[in-house]
Design a binder for this molecule. Structure first.
Ligand code: GTP
Ligand code: MG
Length: 317
C-alpha cells in the first residue's frame, strides 16, 4: 500500500463522477443491445461487440471480452440478458487482473531511493503539467519534499504554469529562462534536489518538437544528464495520454513506448468524455502499467488506477 492509494468514500465519488459520461454512454448502448431480448444469444453478442468498440475499448480487447462471455454463456447455458452488466463487469475485471501482473500501487510504494526521479513525457496538451501538479500535491501531503523541474522551456507560459503548481503544492520549482536547454534545467533540478535532501523530483518536458526524432533525442539527452547526478535515475518515465482522444491515445502509447523507455502510463481527462473505455483497452494491451488516471482539473483529481474499482464504478447501476 502506497502513500496515497487508500480508496475511500471521497475518492469513490471523484471516480464515479469522473466516469459518469462514459458510464451513461455505455449504459444506454447496452440497454439498446439487449432490447427485447431475454437471453444472451449471438445477436446480443454482436451488439455487445459494437458497444465495446464504439466505447473505445479497442478491437483486440473487445474480442477478448466477447470470447470470455461466449465461454461463459456456453458454460452457464441460459444467461439472462439483464445480467449482461454484471457479467461484463466480472469478465472485464478478471481479464484485466489476469493480463497484467502488476499490482495496484503508486510511485511512493515505497521510494526505492531518494531523490526519486520521475520524468514526465507526452505530446503537447495531454495534461503533463497538470498531472505533475497533482502528483506534487499528493507527495507533499504525504510529507515528502518535492522538487519540480521546468524542463519544458518552449513557452514562457509552461514555466509559469509549473511555478503556480509549485506554489499551490509547496514544491520547489527549478527553472531557467524560456528557450534554455531542457537538459540543463533537468540537471539543475536533480542537483539541487540532491543537495537539499529532497524525496521526489518531477521533471516536466515539452511535447512539441518539430518532429518525433528530435523529441526522442531530447528526452534521451535529459535522461543522460540526470544520470550524471543520480545514476539510477529516472526511476520512472511517466507517459501521459489524453483519454478524451480515445483511439488516438492508444496510438500515442504505441508510438512512444516504441521510441523511448516508458515505465508507467497516466490517462487524463476521463471526466468530460464518453471515451473512458480506452483505459480498459490500454490497460489490457500494454505491458506497461496504467498507474494514474486524471478525473478533473483539481489537485485531488488524480487517482491511482485500480482496475477493480474502475470496472466496478463503470458497471455499477
Ligand atoms: N477535465 C480535465 N482537464 C484536464 C485534466 N488534466 C489536464 N487537464 C487540462 O488540460 C489542459 C492541458 O493540460 P496541461 O497540463 O497544460 O497539458 P501539457 O501536457 O502540460 O501541455 P503542454 O505543456 O502544452 O505540452 C489544461 O487546461 C488542464 O487543466 C483532467 O484530468 N481533466
Ligand atoms: Mg505542460
Amino acid at each position: 500500500m502506497g502513500l496515497f492509494n487508500l480508496f475511500n468514500k471521497e475518492k469513490k465519488e471523484v471516480l464515479d463522477q469522473g466516469l459518469s459520461k462514459t458510464k451513461e454512454s455505455v449504459f444506454s448502448k447496452l440497454t439498446r443491445a439487449v432490447a427485447g431480448k431475454s437471453k444472451i444469444d449471438d445477436e446480443v453478442l454482436d451488439n455487445l461487440e459494437e458497444v465495446l468498440i464504439t466505447s473505445d475499448v479497442g478491437v483486440e480487447t473487445t474480442l477478448r471480452i466477447i470470447e470470455r462471455i461466449q465461454k461463459r454463456v456456453s458454460r452457464d447455458k441460459y444467461l439472462n440478458a439483464d445480467e449482461l452488466n454484471s457479467i461484463l463487469r466480472d469478465e472485464i475485471s478478471e481479464l484485466l487482473l489476469e493480463n497484467n501482473s502488476s499490482t495496484t500501487s503508486d510511485f511512493s510504494d515505497p521510494l526505492q531511493e531518494t531523490p526519486y526521479v520521475i520524468m514526465v513525457v507526452g505530446v503537447n496538451g495531454v495534461g503533463k503539467t497538470t498531472t505533475i501538479g497533482k502528483l506534487a500535491h499528493q507527495f507533499s501531503k504525504a510529507g515528502k519534499k518535492v522538487f519540480l523541474g521546468a524542463a519544458d522551456t518552449f513557452r514562457a507560459a509552461a514555466v509559469e504554469q509549473l511555478v503556480v503548481w509549485g506554489e499551490r503544492t509547496q514544491a520547489n520549482v527549478i527553472k531557467q529562462k524560456m528557450g534554455a536547454d531542457p537538459a540543463s534545467v533537468a540537471y539543475d533540478t536533480v542537483s539541487s534536489a540532491k543537495a537539499n535532501g529532497a524525496d521526489v523530483v518531477i521533471i516536466d518536458t515539452a511535447g512539441r518538437l518539430h518532429n518525433k526524432v528530435n523529441l526522442m533525442n531530447e528526452l534521451t539527452k535529459i535522461k543522460n544528464v540526470i544520470q550524471k547526478v543520480v545514476p539510477n535515475a529516472p526511476h520512472e518515465v511517466l507517459l501521459v495520454l489524453d483519454g478524451s482522444t480515445g483511439q488516438n491515445a492508444f496510438e500515442q502509447a504505441k508510438q512512444f513506448t516504441k521510441a523511448t523507455d516508458v515505465s508507467a502510463l497516466a490517462i487524463t481527462k476521463l471526466d468530460g468524455t464518453a471515451k473512458g473505455g480506452v483505459v480498459i483497452g490500454i490497460s489490457d494491451q500494454f505491458k506497461i502499467p496504467v498507474k494514474y488516471i486524471g478525473l478533473g482539473e483539481g489537485m485531488d483529481h488524480l487517482q491511482v488506477f485500480d482496475r477493480k474499482n474502475f470496472v466496478n464504478s463503470l458497471f455499477e447501476q
